[in-house]
Design a protein around this ligand. Sequence first.
Ligand code: NAP
Length: 470
Amino acid sequence: MKMLIGGQWVDGGSSIDVLNPYDGSVVDTVPRGTTADIDRAITSAVKGFAINRDLPTHKRISILRKAADLMQERFEELAITIASEGSKTIREARKEVGRAINTMTISAEEARRLNGETIPFDSAEGSENRVGYFYRIPIGVIAAITPFNDPLNLVAHKLGPAIAGGNAVVLKPATVTPLSALKLAECLLDAGLPPEILNVVTGNGREIGDALVSDARIRMISFTGGVEAGDHIAHKAGLKKIAMELGSNSPVLVMDDCDLDNAVAACVSGSFWAVGQNCIGVQRLYVQEGIYADFRRAFLTLTGQYKTGFQLDETSDMGPMITESDAERVIEWVDEAREQGATLLAGGTRDGSLVQPTVMENMPPGAKLDCQEIFGPVVTLYPFKTLDEAIDKANSVDYGLHGAIFTNDLKQAFTAIKRLDVGGIIVNDSTDYRVDLMPFGGVKKSGLGREGIKYSLQEMTEPKVVCFNL
Ligand code: NAP
């Protein structure tokens, strides 16, 4: 596929092969964008901003609605693209396409609800004759940088609200999974989006990222990815708005009184969805000691039924890691933890990029798997006695995206809600629960700001005050 700059689908000087991570076969190629391409894309987006700022809201709504319709028409093609360039199985990919369509539809709906307020100027002495209000204006050109693990829906989470709010975008999708993003751009153009409003530059973030994020014409950076790249970008950005959706190593608390079958099923799915390459995937599973043995037995039985394999095989439960080197890293972390005293209960092996679902216990405090983000199919079980103890352990890391508790005791649920340091708490489901309209984001190193279309729209627009002196 080609990249999209200035309304044209263009090639670059050289290209990048997009590989299927299962067998390394070439799915397609994309241009290796350069800093000159970034400059042209920003120049185009500046023009695009002038166009979108002046588009009536009903026009933006109809473009977003039509794009959602076109995605529905291309549903299976989009699912196959996600499952071919990335790690997700075809069944997981279909769920992502459904959610991405929903994200675009909600963006159209929220465009209509972008309201201001009247301001009570007369509450200040001397302003008795003033009346006025504020309304929301677009922020300008937004640099959107997206990761590989939800290559369609996380792009939709940036493009939908950015367009709804009247902005223009330069998008840089993940190098390993650019095809889903380019197909979303096709849907938007086919839906009638004036092309300068959306520019997509494919290419390596380390080569072209600085040129994008440090350019003064960019007024906001909306980044989803790892802490390391996020930190680098924040240092290069200069004076502009930054929204960061970063990683985590999500904790789940399973209390003695919970519905055990529900907890086991939800936690196995939450641990291994998308091969654990999931910012809200379950990584640390704290299980109260009264049910620890039963939970452990049932968890291992269900995990043992998981079938890893080719993503496009309808019977696969788990596909490959995104690259073989990521699979190697996962096994290295597991081996390192075992050398430090952790016990392997299941998995811990790989065949090329396929990693078996892995379960551990007796994890030593401070091991990488205990405090960093694995972003792979590895979960650790930890027994605990009291809720206070589990909450302290859950909070002992630098991350805080989602937390979860399984319990039928309201008091315990509310204690966890109040005391877990996270951006979202799920009661009686795993951390891996999200709908696209809720405010989504983390505390600590898990991020800055919130996504979820209504909330992204707030971040991507600014209030403009109007005051009449009568
Ligand atoms: P990543 O390596 O940080 O890459 C994310 C994006 O940043 C890619 O497009 C990448 O480009 C680009 N990038 C890398 N270095 C850059 C630089 N110096 N300047 C500008 N752009 C740069 O993350 P990933 O491996 O794709 O995704 C996994 C991470 O994302 C995990 O930590 C996960 O938790 C997090 N994540 C968070 C959320 C959330 O909503 N909180 C959702 C999904 C994933 P290249 O591909 O060219 O390197």
